[in-house]
Design a binder for this molecule. Sequence first.
Ligand SMILES: Cc1cc2nc3c(=O)[nH]c(=O)nc-3n(C[C@H](O)[C@H](O)[C@H](O)COP(=O)(O)OP(=O)(O)OC[C@H]3O[C@@H](n4cnc5c(N)ncnc54)[C@H](O)[C@@H]3O)c2cc1C
Length: 132
Amino acid sequence: MSEYTRTLPPIRWPDAPKAAYDVLIVGGGGHGLSTAWHLAVRHGITNVAVLEADYIASGNTGRNTTIIRANYGLPEAIRFYQHSLELYQGLEAETGAAVLHQTKGILWMAHTEMAMRTERARCLMNSACGAT
Ligand SMILES: Cc1cc2nc3c(=O)[nH]c(=O)nc-3n(C[C@H](O)[C@H](O)[C@H](O)COP(=O)(O)OP(=O)(O)OC[C@H]3O[C@@H](n4cnc5c(N)ncnc54)[C@H](O)[C@@H]3O)c2cc1C
């Protein structure tokens, strides 16, 4: 247990796991929790357990740079992440929880002529795909 987790308020866990669940999700990171949320609100599947080996979001989800963006380099990825971004923008209204999402600019540094060309191409691709 880390210094950080020692300061967290105690979480009220269920007294005992149930004998069976309809869905078992391994990993309480962003993907696992999002899957549990979507199963419940989109599909009505609520008999779900999320198994987490450490504390919730202890993996990549709790350590990343928290930029939610769609400016990737491939059309398929741009559309996929643009849709994710739009879902995230509506999350606060949908859940009633303060997710603290803010739209801001991002500054991308290119140090060489080659890098500039790559970023120009990315920029054009992003504009063509409607990434915001
Ligand atoms: C330094 C860094 C910066 C990043 N910056 C960004 C960014 O700015 N924007 C962005 O979109 N993405 C970013 N990413 C990527 C993003 O954080 C990950 O893609 C995302 O968090 C992955 O979520 P996940 O739920 O799949 O994995 P994780 O968040 O890693 O969750 C996996 C969970 O599974 C648990 N687990 C593992 N094995 C077991 C087991 N056997 N039993 C039970 N539990 C288990 C782990 O403890 C962990 O909590 C960054 C990643 C890193 C590392």
